[in-house]
Each structure stands twice: as structure tokens, then as C-alpha cells.
Ligand binder design. Structure first.
Ligand SMILES: Cc1ncc(COP(=O)(O)O)c(C=O)c1O
Length: 324
């Protein structure tokens, strides 16, 4: 990947003249069967650009209460897009389309108009859960019937593709806009893309520049992304297997929050002696990193830089702490 970055041909991407960025954008658009894509520095920016494309100021986005777009993006939809958000109760990947349908408010002058629905695939705070294809198809029907846009925060959509065997084109066909990340399981240092129609991506280019995301010789970064797509998608199955093995090692301590579908292991410490901060501190002291999500919830992640040996060691360390 570093060699590909060093060898990248570059130009000024603000003028659309970086050949490596252009190639990456064309590749990702084609992967999802869409007309165009736009390279962005982060997944948060890609999400927020997409939301501004599909929800006008003063209108409403529906998503779940644990969605990254309303949890970790610093209120950007409101701050930059003047977008109102209304959430259904957090259920991770277990979305009930009827609940979503029941929340839609039609166009009118007496209540905020719903203009888009966003889902997260895989679901981060939902423990890497995968929304089933049937649920997504149903949401597409609901969005069509109400003339709403459907956005996918697909930061880890590659994991869903590998876990459920659903093609990226199939996923792409269900959404008006997607944001996808190269910098998580795929192992690139930086980079996400907004995917959509040519008309939307043309507008996205303006929004990106407005948000300070117009980069110049970004081809060095796009080259890493192209390398990641070419070499690191199918191997995600290894990370999923490692997460399952890690989960198995700590399962006897009653801390698994749910089934492990991908590379995330969600922990529920309600019945444990330790809270999430104490577990994370004890594990860190032994070289194992644990993400704290809440007072009694935490997350473990496997990725390409975590070896099988390291996974086994993490399992032993965590089991030792939980047993004590
Ligand atoms: C589901 C999801 N969406 C979006 C993002 C945002 O990505 P970034 O950190 O590149 O802004 C993340 C980051 O963890 C994520 O988990």
C-alpha cells in the first residue's frame, strides 16, 4: 500500500484533475452500480455531505437513536445542513420497517416534513450487526411510497457484503446515497466516498468544498484506497473469524451483548463486576485496547493488523480480568 501511495500519479483534485482520485471514484461508483462517487477525507464528512444532498434545510431525517450520524458527528446535520433529526429507538441492525414507516410525516405546512431515512450497515453501536437484505428491500419500498431518499452509512458495508454474501451492486441498488469508508476494515489510512447519481455528486462537490474537504494532490491517499479495495475486501472474512474466536474466549463470563456477525464484539457489562472504564483500564495495562461505548457497554474490534496470536492473547487477558 505504501509503495502504491508513493508511485501514485497526482493532480489537483479541487479541479477534478487528479487521475488517481478520478480512477478511485469511478471504481467505487461502478462497484455499487451508481453513476458517480466523490472522495472525502472522512466518513463523517461523506455522511454529512450525503445528508445535505437529500434533506433540505428545515426538513427531517429519520434514523435510529444509536446511528453514527446523530451520535458521533458532532451535530453536523443540524450545524451545517439545518437538518432536523428524529430517531427510532436504538435496535442496532434489527430495524423494524413498520416502526420507520409509522414515523414518516408527509409534506405540508403544519409539521416538519420527512425527506430521508438513514440506516447503518454494518451497525457500529449495534455490535457490527448486519441489516438483512429483506429489511432493506422493505425500507426501499417504504421510501419509494413516501417519495423519500434512503441513505446508507456504509462505513463497514464491505463487512456486510462478506458476512451475508450480498453483492455491493445489490446494496447500491437499494440506496439513493451511500457513504463508504476505506479507512476502517479495509486498512487505508484515510478516505471515504459519497456514492450517488451524477447530478447529486456534482452538488456534493460543492458541499465538500464548502465544508473544507477539497483536497489538492489527494492521489497519494486515493492510491491507498484503490490498493485496499483490490486486496483487502475478501480477507475481511478472516477478521470476522477472529472476532468470533475472541467472543468464544470471553463467552463464559456472560458479557457478550449479542451475536458476533462481523469484526466487532459488543460487550454488555451489566452483570459483570467491572464497569466499562475499569475493564478498559485493566486491559490497556496489559496491552489490550477496549472501546468504551457507555458506562456498562464496550466494544472489541478485530482488523487486519491484529494477528491470530494477538487475538488469542487478548482473549486470555480479558478472560483473566473478567474472572478475577
Ligand atoms: C458507522 C460509521 N459511520 C461513519 C463513521 C465515520 O468515519 P470517520 O471516523 O472517518 O469520520 C464511523 C467511524 O467509526 C462509523 O463507525
Amino acid at each position: 500500500m505504501r509503495a502504491a501511495m508513493a508511485a501514485a500519479e497526482v493532480g489537483d483534485d479541487v479541479y477534478g484533475e487528479d487521475p488517481t482520485v478520478n480512477a478511485l471514484e469511478a471504481e467505487v461508483a461502478a462497484l455499487f452500480g451508481h453513476e458517480a462517487a466523490l472522495f472525502c477525507p472522512t466518513g463523517s464528512m461523506a455522511n454529512q455531505i450525503a445528508l445535505q444532498l437529500v434533506v433540505p434545510p428545515g426538513a427531517e431525517l429519520l434514523c435510529d437513536a444509536d446511528a453514527h450520524v446523530v451520535t458521533y458527528e458532532m451535530g453536523a446535520a443540524a450545524a451545517y445542513g439545518a437538518i432536523t433529526s428524529r430517531t427510532w429507538p436504538a435496535v442496532g441492525a434489527d430495524v423494524d420497517p413498520d416502526v420507520v414507516a409509522g414515523m414518516i410525516r408527509p409534506d405540508g405546512y403544519w409539521a416538519v416534513t420527512t425527506r430521508a431515512i438513514a440506516v447503518e450497515q454494518t451497525h457500529n453501536r449495534g455490535g457490527g450487526g448486519v441489516i438483512p437484505l429483506g429489511t432493506l428491500r422493505r425500507l426501499r419500498q417504504i421510501a419509494d411510497a413516501a417519495q423519500l431518499a434512503l441513505h446508507c452509512d456504509g462505513a463497514r458495508i464491505w463487512h456486510a457484503h462478506v458476512a451475508d454474501g450480498v453483492s455491493l451492486v445489490e446494496y447500491g441498488s437499494l440506496f439513493d446515497t451511500l457513504s463508504v469508508c476505506l479507512s476502517k476494515g479495509l486498512g487505508a489510512p484515510v478516505g471515504s466516498l459519497v456514492v450517488g447519481s451524477a447530478e447529486r455528486i456534482e452538488r456534493a462537490r460543492v458541499v465538500r468544498k464548502r465544508m473544507g474537504g477539497g483536497m489538492r494532490q489527494a492521489g497519494v491517499l486515493a492510491a491507498a484506497g484503490r490498493y485496499a479495495l483490490a486486496h483487502h475486501v475478501d480477507r475481511l472474512a478472516d477478521d470476522h473469524a477472529k472476532a468470533a474466536r475472541l467472543a468464544e474466549a470471553i463467552a463464559p463470563y456472560g458479557v457478550l451483548a449479542g451475536p458476533v456477525r462481523t469484526n466487532l464484539v459488543p460487550l454488555d457489562l451489566t452483570k459483570a463486576a467491572l464497569d466499562a472504564h475499569s475493564l478498559a483500564a485493566a486491559a490497556r495495562a496489559e496491552g489490550v485496547l477496549v472501546s468504551v461505548l457507555g458506562p456498562r457497554t464496550a466494544r472489541l474490534v478485530t482488523h487486519m493488523d491484529v494477528t491470530d496470536t494477538a487475538v488469542d492473547r487478548a482473549g486470555t487477558v480479558l478472560a483473566g480480568i473478567l474472572r478475577a
